[in-house]
Design a protein around this ligand. Sequence first.
Ligand SMILES: [Zn+2]
Ligand SMILES: [Zn+2]
Length: 342
Amino acid sequence: MTIRYSCGRVRDRCYNAFPCLSDPARRSSLALKAALLMLHLVYAGVLFLFDTDLIEKTKREPWYTALYLLLFVATLVQYFVTSGSSPGYVLDAMRYVNDTNTIFGKISTPSKQPASSKNGSTVITVEGSQLGRNLLGSNATSWTKLVLDMYPPGTSTRSLTCTYCNVEQPPRAKHCHDCDRCVLQFDHHCVWLGTCVGLGNHSRFWWYICEETALCLWTGFLYITYLRVNISRAWWKDAIIILLLVILSISLIFLLLLLLFHSYLILTNQTTYELVRRRRIPYLRGIPERVYPFSKGLCRNLYNFFCVRSNIYELERLPNAQELEEMSRPYTCLDFLRCRCC
Ligand SMILES: [Zn+2]
Ligand SMILES: [Zn+2]
């Protein structure tokens, strides 16, 4: 009884010192982050603790170990930055549009369309500090009009309104039940990151997988080198290294597949959600399988993903029937040269 009371008091003190721990969802997310950090430290720690040859090599060629440690730190930084970044919430975009109203003014006049809306998308520049300001006094019609313009004529607002957030969803947005918010260009909810992957952080997510894959490959190479040079010196050391190497190999296979999959999504401008639930998503129904309705060509997709999307929201409208017909026609040699193939 006394032990339980003491435990309760300690727990209450922890919650007072760290309010985030009182929320079970955030607590499990923090536990996962701590586990991931520990896993990285264990892999690097065991290597530098056991491998005397690596220590000797570090003395001779310090740049080699410095590069490895640089990748190690960069991967962890990228993980925490991605985890803390916003995936792009529909509510934030709506508040921004309603606050400024300038975008609405531009896109509602067809003759004055901004250059960035030529490819069928509306670009909303959003600085991080500007998001979420001025919650009151928003003009819902600006956002409603903007969203309706992205759908075929005759689409009702009721079918676009999220019943949880009470906000109209632009194409490619979806409500995430873990985050309890609508996310722009929803890809998936990442348990390891503790956040959604969407329009705002998909490129950061890709870079994180890329760095993690490179780190796993390099660490695996160092572990194999250790086993080749130091085998049969101390069996328990070899046993630990082999066990860690097996776990690393499984993680590496998973990471490589994930990297390839997301690279394919980037090249074709799709999301995981759109690919997996294609037949169930209303705006993708009836579109032929090999047609990627949001793709603007391989080069443009790559440029938009890596160079544009880090600090802006690009809301993409649905292609009209004529554009879909154009996308459905067979490719010619000229199309391949123009990168239309994706
Ligand atoms: Zn929602
Ligand atoms: Zn989420």
